[in-house]
Design a protein around this ligand. Structure first.
Ligand code: URP
Ligand code: ZN
Ligand code: ZN
Ligand code: ZN
Length: 485
C-alpha cells in the first residue's frame, strides 16, 4: 500500500504543538516523527498539521418547513472539506409516528454520496412505546448514542416536557447523551402570532419573535430536567448570554452539560435583519437568530474559559428562492444558514488571529472536544498513531475574500459574503485521501463512511455512578412504633 508523508510542518493538537512529519498508510496515521519518508510527499512548510474539523451540527437535504435544505451530503461534505472539515454529524428526523429505524434508512440512502466521514444524531420528534423500544436498537445496533429534542417548532418537531423527561430517563438507562434545541416553542408561537397580527411580517420580526429569554428559559429547563433524569446534556446552537449563563452555572455545579456556539452567532449580529434588502435579511433567518455584541462577547468568553465546548455551523442552506416562501409572512421563511466551508477560516481569523484563542484551543473547539463527547476519539479528532488520517494542513498566511461565486455550497449566496479570512487549508485529507490540494478540489463522491459511536461513555459511567450513590434511599429504622390501637 502506497504511503504519504506530510513533511516539515508543525503538528498542532488540542494539547501540544511540535515539529514533526506525519506518515500515512491505508487511511491511518502510522508514524509521527522527524525525517520520515513516504511514496508521496505533501509539503507543510510554514503550516500547522491539525486534526480535520468535525462539524457536529449539519442538516443536509433536510426536510423542513415545506421544502428540503439545498446542500446534500455531496455538496455539503465538499464544502466542509474545502474549509478543513473532515467529518460531519447530521440529524436523522423521524416523521410523526415513524419508527426510528425507518428514518435511519432514509438517512442511509441520502448519505451514500458523502465525500468525507459522517455520523448521525437521532431526533426524538414524537413519543410512544415504539420510540422507547427503538432507542435501544438505535444505540446498540446502529452506533448512534446522541438524541436530539426540539423544544421549539411547535406543531412540527417540538416535544413537550413530559415527553422530554421520559426520553431523558430512557437515555439515562441506555447510556446515551441528550441534546436539545433550546427555545421555548410555546412562547415563540404566541409572539409570532401577535407580531403577524400587528403587521410585523418582515424577516426582522423573526428576531423579535425569539428573544434571548426564550432561549435562556429553555436551556435552564432542559438542564434541570436532564439533571433529574441523570443524563448528560449537549445544548446545540447556544447563542446568548442567558443560555450560556445557565450552562456555565450548571458546569460549575458539576452537572454534565456542554454548550455549542455557532460560527454565525460568534461573527454576525442582529443588524443583518434590519437590512433594507428583504433577500439579504431573509437569507440570514435562522433559529436562534443572530444577537448583539453583548451576546457575542459572552460566547467568545465561553470558548476562552471552557464553559462552552464546541464551535459548529448548523449548516442548513436554503436558496433565495426557497427563502421567498416567506415573502409576506416571516414565519414561513425556511430557518437555516450555511457555514460548512467557512467555519474554520472564520474562527481562525476572528479567534486565533485576534488572540482570543490559542491554536491548541482552536483544535479543541473545532475537533477534539466533540470527538471526545461523541465517543469517536481518538479515531477522529487526534493526530496520533492509529488515528484516521483525517487531517488539515493549515496555512496561516493563506487568505481570501469569502464569496458565493467561488464557494462549494449549492446555494446562491453566502452569509459571510465579502469577509476577509486569513488561515486556510493547504491540504485537507479524508482518511488519507487528499481532497483539497492547494486550492484544487479533488473530492471523491461516496468516499465517506459512517462512523459508529458506542454508548456508555466515560462521562455516562461517572454520572450514573454518582447518581446511584446519591439516589433516594429508605432510612433503615430499628423498629416500627406501635400504632396505639
Ligand atoms: O434555523 C435553524 N437552526 N435551522 C435548522 C434546524 C435547527 O433548528 O437546528
Ligand atoms: Zn435547532
Ligand atoms: Zn445584501
Ligand atoms: Zn440544527
Amino acid at each position: 500500500m502506497a504511503t504519504k508523508v506530510i513533511k516539515n510542518g508543525t503538528v498542532v493538537t488540542a494539547d501540544l504543538s511540535y515539529e514533526a512529519d506525519v506518515l500515512i498508510e491505508n487511511g491511518q496515521i502510522i508514524e509521527i516523527g522527524k525525517g520520515l519518508k513516504g511514496d508521496e510527499e505533501l509539503d507543510a512548510t510554514g503550516c500547522y498539521v491539525m486534526p480535520g474539523g468535525i462539524d457536529p451540527h449539519v442538516h443536509l437535504e433536510m426536510p423542513f418547513m415545506g421544502t428540503y435544505s439545498t446542500d446534500d451530503f455531496e455538496s455539503g461534505t465538499r464544502a466542509g472539506l474545502a474549509g478543513g472539515t473532515t467529518m460531519v454529524v447530521d440529524f436523522c428526523l423521524p416523521n410523526q409516528g415513524e419508527s426510528l429505524l425507518d428514518a435511519i434508512k432514509r438517512w442511509d440512502n441520502k448519505s451514500t454520496r458523502a465525500n468525507c466521514d459522517y455520523s448521525f444524531h437521532m431526533a426524538v420528534t414524537w413519543w410512544g412505546e415504539q420510540v422507547f423500544n427503538d432507542m435501544k436498537t438505535v444505540i446498540e445496533q446502529r452506533g448512534i448514542n446522541t438524541f436530539k429534542h426540539f423544544l421549539a417548532y411547535k406543531g412540527a418537531l417540538m416535544v413537550n416536557d413530559d415527553e422530554l423527561f421520559a426520553s431523558f430517563n430512557r437515555l439515562s438507562e441506555l447510556g446515551g447523551i441528550a441534546m436539545v434545541h433550546a427555545e421555548n416553542g410555546d412562547v415563540v408561537a404566541e409572539m409570532t402570532a401577535k407580531l403577524l397580527a400587528e403587521g410585523n411580517t418582515g424577516p426582522e420580526a423573526h428576531a423579535y419573535s425569539r428573544p434571548s429569554q426564550v432561549e435562556g428559559e429553555a436551556t435552564n429547563r432542559a438542564i434541570m430536567i436532564a439533571d433529574m433524569a441523570g443524563v448528560p446534556l449537549y445544548v446545540v446552537h447556544t447563542s446568548c448570554e442567558e443560555a450560556h449563563e445557565a450552562i456555565r452555572r450548571a458546569r460549575m455545579q458539576g452537572k454534565r452539560v456542554w454548550g455549542e456556539p455557532l460560527i454565525q452567532h460568534l461573527t454576525l449580529d442582529e443588524s443583518e435583519y434590519f437590512n433594507p434588502d428583504w433577500d439579504h435579511a431573509a437569507r440570514r433567518v435562522m433559529s436562534p437568530p443572530f444577537r448583539n455584541l453583548k451576546h457575542q462577547d459572552s460566547l467568545w468568553a465561553g470558548l476562552q474559559s471552557g464553559s462552552l465546548s464546541v464551535v459548529a455551523t448548523d449548516h442548513c442552506a436554503f436558496t433565495t428562492e426557497q427563502k421567498r416562501n416567506g415573502l409576506n409572512d416571516f414565519s414561513l421563511i425556511p430557518n437555516g444558514t450555511g457555514g460548512l466551508e467557512d467555519r474554520m477560516p472564520m474562527l481562525w481569523t476572528h479567534g486565533v488571529a485576534t488572540g482570543r484563542l490559542t491554536p491548541n484551543e482552536f483544535v479543541a473547539v473545532t475537533s477534539t472536544n466533540i470527538a471526545k463527547i461523541l465517543n469517536c476519539y481518538p479515531k477522529k479528532g487526534a493526530v496520533l498513531v492509529g488515528a484516521d488520517a483525517d487531517l488539515v494542513v493549515w496555512d496561516p498566511e493563506k487568505s481570501k475574500t469569502i464569496s458565493a461565486s467561488s464557494q462549494q455550497s449549492a446555494i446562491d449566496y453566502n452569509v459571510f459574503e465579502g469577509k476577509e479570512v486569513k488561515g486556510l487549508p493547504r491540504f485537507t485529507l479524508t482518511r488519507g485521501q487528499v481532497a483539497v490540494h492547494d486550492g484544487e478540489i479533488r473530492t471523491q463522491e461516496g468516499h465517506g463512511k459512517f462512523v459508529e459511536r458506542e454508548a456508555n461513555t466515560t462521562v455516562n459511567k461517572a454520572l450514573s455512578t454518582w447518581k446511584e450513590l446519591t439516589s433516594p434511599q429508605p432510612v433503615k429504622r430499628s423498629g416500627i412504633p406501635a400504632t396505639g390501637v
